[in-house]
Design a protein around this ligand. Structure first.
Ligand code: ARG
Length: 269
C-alpha cells in the first residue's frame, strides 16, 4: 500500500509522459494495457509459464497483493512499498506452500510485525521484513551477501499480472530474465534509477518477459556455485511491464544483506 505522498515522490522526477506508466503500487496497474508483446495464447505472465508445485517452496503470496520469500520460516522478505511502515501489524496474511492460491493445502499465517527499510522514502531501499505469527514449514531462500552473482540469467516468479494492465493470477508463474548492467539501465531510466540500491533485468531488445503489478516484493533469484537458489533481487518497479528498452528494476539484495540480517535479528529471527 502506497500513500499518495510516496507515489508523488516517485513520479515527480519521472515526468509527465511516464507518469501513467510508472507504478510501485502493489497489484494495481495504472497504465492503459499495451499490446501483448508475447503474442501467444499459451505464454503466461509476461512471457512466463506455470511453476511446478514445490519448485520454489520459499515463495509467499501476501494479502495486500504482493509477493515475498521466506527469509526465515517465520520472516518474509518483501518490498518496502508493499507495507505502510514499521511496527506491530496483524493485518497481513501470508500464504505459503502452494502454487495454486485456492489449494486447500495452502498454509495461511498472519503477520505480527513489519519492519520497513530504515529511511525508505520511495526511492531505493525497497525492502521490508514481515514477522509471522508462526513458521511456514518450507525451505527458506538464502540472500546474496556480495555482488559476485549479480549477473547472468535470473528466475522471477509471482502471482502478479500476466500482462500490463492484466489480472492477478491464481497459479504461480515463473520466467527467466537476463541481467542488465547499471549503465544500460540508466539509459532507460535516468535519475529514476538508484544504481547502488537497484539491479535491472529484462530482455532489452524484444521485451516480452518481466515481472508486473502484484509481483512486487517477490524474489529474483539464481543458482549459486553449489547449485542452491540465491536471492539477488526484490521486485520493485518498471515502466509498464515487459516493454522493449524498459527492464524491470529490483532491489539489489547484496547491498542490503547486512541491514536485512540485522533487521531480522530485531524481529527475533
Ligand atoms: N510495483 C509493482 C508491484 O507492486 C511491480 C512492478 C514491476 N514492474 C516491472 N516492469 N518489472 O507489483
Amino acid at each position: 500500500m502506497r500513500s499518495y505522498r510516496k507515489l508523488l515522490t516517485r513520479t515527480t522526477a519521472v515526468g509527465a509522459v511516464a507518469l501513467a506508466a510508472f507504478s510501485l503500487q502493489p497489484g494495481t496497474a495504472t497504465a492503459a494495457p499495451a499490446p501483448d508483446p508475447s503474442g501467444s495464447v499459451h505464454t503466461k505472465v509476461v512471457g512466463g509459464t506455470k511453476a511446478g508445485q514445490g519448485e520454489f517452496p520459499f515463495m509467499v503470496r501476501l494479502s495486500m497483493g504482493c509477493g515475498g520469500a521466506l527469509y526465515a520460516k517465520d520472516i518474509v522478505l518483501t518490498a518496502a512499498h508493499c507495507v505502510d511502515g514499521s511496527g506491530d501489524n496483524t493485518s497481513i496474511t501470508a500464504t505459503g506452500g502452494v502454487v495454486d492460491l485456492q489449494d486447500s493445502a495452502a498454509v495461511k499465517v498472519n503477520s505480527t510485525k513489519v519492519l520497513q527499510a530504515p529511511g525508505y522514502n520511495g526511492k531505493g531501499k525497497d525492502w521490508a521484513l514481515i514477522k509471522l505469527a508462526k513458521p511456514i514449514d518450507q525451505p527458506t531462500l538464502k540472500i546474496a551477501e556480495d555482488t559476485k552473482l549479480n549477473n547472468g540469467d535470473f528466475t522471477i516468479a509471482g502471482w502478479g499480472a500476466d500482462k500490463e494492465g492484466g489480472e492477478q493470477q491464481r497459479y504461480l508463474l515463473k520466467a527467466t530474465v537476463p541481467f542488465v548492467d547499471d549503465a544500460t539501465c540508466q539509459k532507460a531510466y535516468g535519475d529514476q534509477l538508484t544504481p547502488g540500491d537497484e539491479i535491472c533485468a529484462g530482455k532489452l531488445d524484444t521485451g516480452g518477459v518481466d515481472t508486473c503489478q502484484g509481483d512486487s516484493g517477490g524474489p529474483m533469484f539464481r543458482k549459486d556455485d553449489a547449485g542452491k537458489w540465491l536471492q539477488v533481487g526484490i521486485v520493485s518497479w518498471g515502466e509498464g511491464c515487459a516493454r522493449p528498452g524498459k527492464p524491470g528494476v529490483y532491489s539489489e539484495v547484496s547491498t542490503f544483506a547486512a541491514d536485512i540480517k540485522k533487521a531480522a535479528g530485531q524481529l527475533g529471527g
